[in-house]
Design a protein around this ligand. Structure first.
Ligand code: CTP
Length: 415
C-alpha cells in the first residue's frame, strides 16, 4: 500500500485536525476506505458526504463503520436542516475524491443541488479534488473547463492516473494513487510555512559499481530523507529529491525526483540543483569510496578464475557532497547534514555531531546511532542528537521519522 510506504503514515502532527471527505459517484469509491483509515490512524477527525452517485456504489454505513463521523447523504431531511453548512463551520479542509465528471460540473457551477455540492459552496477553506472517470470523459472540453474553473477558485487538483480504467479502456482517468490522495489531504491541513522555499534533499544509498553486476553500497532505506522531502512539500516548499537506488519510499508527484546510482552522479545532480536551493537536507548515505574499476567494467562480469587467491580491490575517494556544497554556500543558504555513528549512548553522539558540524561547515547536524542492534537503517522510529552552528544542542526521545523531519524543518526555518 503506497500510503504505508511514506513515513507520514506515522506522523503525530495532524492529531485533532478536522477534514471533510466528499465522495462522488465512481467505482473508485472503494479505494477511499483505505485512505480514510490512514487519515483516522493519524487521529484526524474525518466527516464524510456521499453524493447520490457515490451511494449507488458504496453505502454510508461502510464509511460510518470505518470511523467517519458524521456521514451525510440526503440533503432534505428533518434531522439536521443545517447539515449543508456544517463542514464549512467545522472542518479545516475538504477533500473531494473520487470526483466524477458529473460532480465536477456541479461543483464548477456552484449548483448546490445536493448535499455535497451545497457543502462545497458553503466551504471557504482549502480544498483538494481527485477526479476519476473514463479517459474520454476526462479529456472532454467540458471537464477541462470545469477543472480549470475549480483550480482558478483555489482548489488543488490531484490529477487522475494513467492506466486501465474499470470500463475496460486505457488512458488517463483512474483515481490517483492512494498515497497521492492521502498526502494531498495532509497538505491541506499542514501549515504553509515553507511556501516559496526551494529545498534540495539527498536520500538513500549510493551504489558504486565494480563490474557490470557487482557493487559496493549500504542498507540505507531512504526513509529519513523521504520524510524530510515529504515534510517540506506538505509545508508548501518546492522540493527536489535526489534519490539513490533501490529505496522503498513513496514520494508524491509534486516532488521533483532525480534518480541516481553512484556518489558521483548524486554529487553532479546536487551541484546542479544547489544554486537555486534555499535549504539543503543531506540525508543520503553516500559511499565515501568507490572501487577502482577494471577497464570496460560495465560490460563484463569479472570471473573468479581471474583471481586465484584473495581478491584485493583498490578504492578511490568519492566527493563529499555536503562538505563541498556547504563550503559553496550563497546568501542565506542553509545546510543540514546527518551523522550515523556507533556510540554507547545518546549523550556520546553530541561531541561527534559537533565535530562533523565543524568538519562539514553545516548549519545543523542530526546524529543517530547505527549500532547493529538499534536497527536504525530502515526503521520507522529513532532517537536523534541535534547540534547547530549557534551552539544549541538537543537529544530527542525516540519518535517517528515523520516527526523528526518536522522538527528538523522547523529548526532550519528558525536559525
Ligand atoms: N555525506 C555526503 N557525501 C559524502 C559522505 C557523506 O554528502 N561523500 C553527507 C551525508 O549525507 C551526511 C553527512 O555527510 O549528511 C555525514 O555522513 P557520514 O557518513 O556520517 O560521515 P562521513 O563524512 O562519511 O564520515 P565517517 O564515515 O568517517 O563518519
Amino acid at each position: 500500500m503506497s500510503m504505508d510506504l511514506n513515513p507520514f503514515c506515522k506522523s503525530t502532527r495532524f492529531a485533532g485536525k478536522k477534514l471533510h471527505l466528499g465522495l462522488g459517484g465512481s467505482v473508485a469509491c472503494y479505494k477511499m476506505c483505505d485512505v480514510l483509515r490512514a487519515l483516522l490512524r493519524l487521529d484526524i477527525q474525518v466527516s464524510a458526504t456521499l453524493s447520490p452517485g457515490a451511494r449507488e456504489f458504496v453505502s454510508p454505513l461502510l464509511f460510518r463503520s470505518l470511523g467517519a463521523d458524521p456521514v451525510y447523504d440526503e440533503m432534505f431531511t428533518d434531522a439536521n436542516v443545517f447539515a449543508h453548512l456544517e463542514p464549512g463551520a467545522q472542518a479545516q479542509a475538504m477533500l473531494i475524491a473520487p470526483a466524477s465528471a458529473n460532480l465536477l460540473s456541479r461543483l464548477a457551477t456552484g449548483s448546490a443541488q445536493d448535499m455535497l455540492s451545497a457543502q462545497f459552496v458553503a466551504f471557504a477553506g482549502p480544498c483538494a479534488i481527485a477526479p476519476a472517470m473514463n479517459p474520454r470523459m476526462w479529456a472532454h472540453k467540458a471537464t477541462r473547463e470545469n477543472v480549470k474553473t475549480l483550480v482558478e477558485w483555489g482548489a488543488s487538483l490531484i490529477p487522475p492516473a494513467l492506466g486501465d480504467t474499470a470500463c475496460g479502456e486505457q488512458g488517463r482517468g483512474r483515481l490517483a494513487d492512494s498515497g497521492e490522495i492521502f498526502l494531498g489531504a495532509l497538505r491541506l491541513l499542514a501549515p504553509q510555512d515553507m511556501a516559496g522555499i526551494n529545498v534540495l534533499v539527498t536520500l538513500g544509498p549510493t551504489r558504486e559499481m565494480w563490474d557490470g553486476v557487482r557493487y559496493w553500497s549500504n542498507p540505507s532505506s531512504g526513509r529519513m530523507g523521504g520524510a524530510i522531502a515529504t515534510c517540506c512539500w506538505l509545508r508548501g516548499a518546492n522540493v527536489t529529491a535526489i534519490c539513490g537506488p533501490g529505496i522503498n519510499v513513496f514520494l508524491p508527484e509534486g516532488i521533483e525526483r532525480i534518480s541516481v546510482n553512484c556518489a558521483n552522479e548524486m554529487y553532479n545532480a546536487a551541484k546542479d540543483a544547489w544554486p537555486k536551493a534555499n535549504m539543503g537536507f543531506f540525508s543520503a548515505a553516500v559511499a565515501d569510496f568507490a572501487p577502482i574499476r577494471p577497464e570496460n567494467a560495465d560490460d563484463v562480469k569479472i570471473k573468479k578464475a581471474a583471481t586465484p587467491g584473495n581478491l584485493e580491490i583498490e578504492f578511490s575517494r568519492n566527493p563529499d557532497i555536503l562538505a563541498t556544497l556547504s563550503a559553496d554556500r550563497g546568501n542565506g543558504q542553509k545546510a543540514l547534514g546527518f551523522a550515523a555513528e556507533i556510540t554507547p549512548d545518546m549523550q556520546s553522539l553530541l561531541p561527534l555531531a559537533r565535530l562533523k558540524l565543524n568538519a562539514k561547515k553545516a548549519d545543523v547536524i542530526a546524529a543517530n546511532r547505527v549500532n547493529p542492534a538499534s536497527g536504525a537503517f530502515g526503521a520507522d522510529d529513532g532517537s536523534m542528537a541535534v547540534v547547530d552552528a549557534q551552539g544549541h544542542e538537543e537529544i530527542w526521545q525516540p519518535q517517528s521519522k515523520a516527526d523528526i523531519a518536522w522538527e528538523l524543518c522547523s529548526w532550519l526555518l528558525r536559525i
